[in-house]
Design a protein around this ligand. Structure first.
Ligand SMILES: C[S@@+](CC[C@H](N)C(=O)[O-])C[C@H]1O[C@@H](n2cnc3c(N)ncnc32)[C@H](O)[C@@H]1O
Length: 395
């Protein structure tokens, strides 16, 4: 069956969404404003999925995609057929609608999105796949691989390396990292690279245990080892620190940095607190966290949901969990520990909305939400939110 469909909005997850006879139809690759002929590929009671057969009338937001690999099906930057201003509008809307639908929060202040990263050339890290001995990325919505001649997402030094990569057949995994401030680059490999790989590729080549770079954010130098987590956009990391600082305005006492990574918030925002406890479960990141912070920061190398109840009292907290969101019991434990000021950082508007509901149930008030575009050309949107809680000791 094919139908004409006017796409009305961008759904969370990056599909165009239109309505046909009252039924919501999700269409990958379509965008708001498009009139498309769609073949229905899946029909459920409450929604359907379709595939674009023909673009009948293109959205005014369409542009010529700058990278040839979009046409090959590369899933790296599915939104590059849309102008950056349109991407920002769609992300802003997604944050508001997920909060309403999944969090049942309708009246929160959602601030205008911060275009925190440049449109291209922003990633300081690329996790590449290997296909036919060449660098590749996963195709959109499939397990296929798309071989890359070039990629516009990473910072320029890594773009140069990607154009030179070859002879990868012996590798199981390949990660490229760069320190924007330090100028350092490293290729982290599992498996057997070609003998002269460093010269051929123009980058130091290391096993994970021996790989290390440095980056600078908000005047602090960070050591980052192996594949330990660090924000993939360096300018975006600076904007995150800025908004977390705002989210903790007026806060004092002891700060908990849950999910601390290598210390991005503990070492920056933490400077104005008398003491900081930083919790992080990845052993590699814990080493760097200790190195990147001074004596005011107590490092706890455990899972937050297991450790938090035994860590004493905190007046302030910043929590930046992985995509799955806050661990079991964490909202209640934060309230019980005495947290009055809470900055929550999230990389997924759906899990953020559910976590926000859990925090409200635990006694917190959501004061504002700040979306950030850390990942242009993708549907991913980052969030910083300020919560407060009255009634704790000293309130
Ligand atoms: C989204 S990153 C944020 C790191 C840091 N805030 C930053 O911005 O660089 C989440 C971090 O939480 C860590 N992590 C994952 N699950 C955890 C858990 N259950 N308890 C504590 N840390 C965890 C990961 O290793 C990762 O470093």
């Amino acid at each position: 069956v094919t139908i004409p469909l006017r796409v009305e909005e961008m759904a969370h997850g990056g599909d165009g969404l239109g309505r046909h006879d009252g039924l919501a139809v999700f269409v990958p690759g379509a965008m708001p404003g498009d009139l498309v002929r769609v073949e229905i590929t899946e029909e459920r009671p409450r929604f359907a999925r379709g595939r674009v057969i023909e673009l009948l009338d293109p959205s005014p937001d369409r542009i010529e995609p700058p990278c040839p690999h979009l046409a090959d099906g590369c899933g790296g930057c599915p939104w590059q057929a849309a102008g950056h201003p349109a991407q920002l509008r769609w992300k802003q809307r997604t944050v508001r609608s997920q909060l309403a639908h999944l969090g049942d929060i309708h009246d929160a202040e959602v601030r205008p999105i911060d275009p925190a990263s440049p449109a291209f050339g922003y990633r300081n890290r690329m996790d590449l796949r290997v296909s036919g001995g060449r660098p590749a990325l996963a195709a959109a919505r499939s397990h296929d691989l798309v071989e890359l001649d070039l990629c516009l997402l990473p910072v320029e030094p890594l773009q140069r390396v990607i154009r030179r990569l070859d002879g990868l057949a012996g590798l199981r995994r390949l990660t490229l990292r760069a320190g924007v401030a330090s100028g350092e680059t490293v290729a982290i490999v599992d498996g057997d690279p070609p003998a002269d790989a460093s010269d051929r590729w123009g980058i130091p080549v290391r096993a994970p245990a021996a790989a290390r770079i440095h980056e600078e954010v908000a005047g602090v130098r960070f050591r980052i080892g192996g594949r330990a987590f660090f924000q993939v956009s360096t300018p975006g990391a600076g904007r995150l620190v800025h908004h977390v600082d705002l989210a903790l305005a007026g806060a004092e006492g002891v700060l908990l940095d849950g999910y601390a990574g290598v210390g991005l918030f503990a070492a920056t925002v933490g400077r104005r607190f008398g003491a900081v406890t930083a919790v992080e479960s990845d052993r590699r990141a814990v080493d760097d966290l200790g190195h990147n912070t001074d004596g005011r920061v107590t490092v706890v190398g455990r899972r937050l949901e297991e450790a938090v109840a035994g860590l004493g009292r905190f007046e302030a907290a910043v929590v930046d969990p992985p995509r799955a969101g806050l661990g079991p019991g964490v909202p209640e434990c934060l309230a019980a520990a005495g947290v009055r000021w809470l900055a929550m950082v999230s990389c997924d508007p759906a899990t953020f909305a559910r976590d926000a509901r859990r925090l409200v149930t635990a006694g917190f008030v959501l004061e504002w939400v700040q979306p950030l575009d850390l990942f242009p050309q993708t549907y991913h949107v980052e969030i910083v939110a300020r919560f407060t809680r009255a009634g704790a000791v000293g309130a």
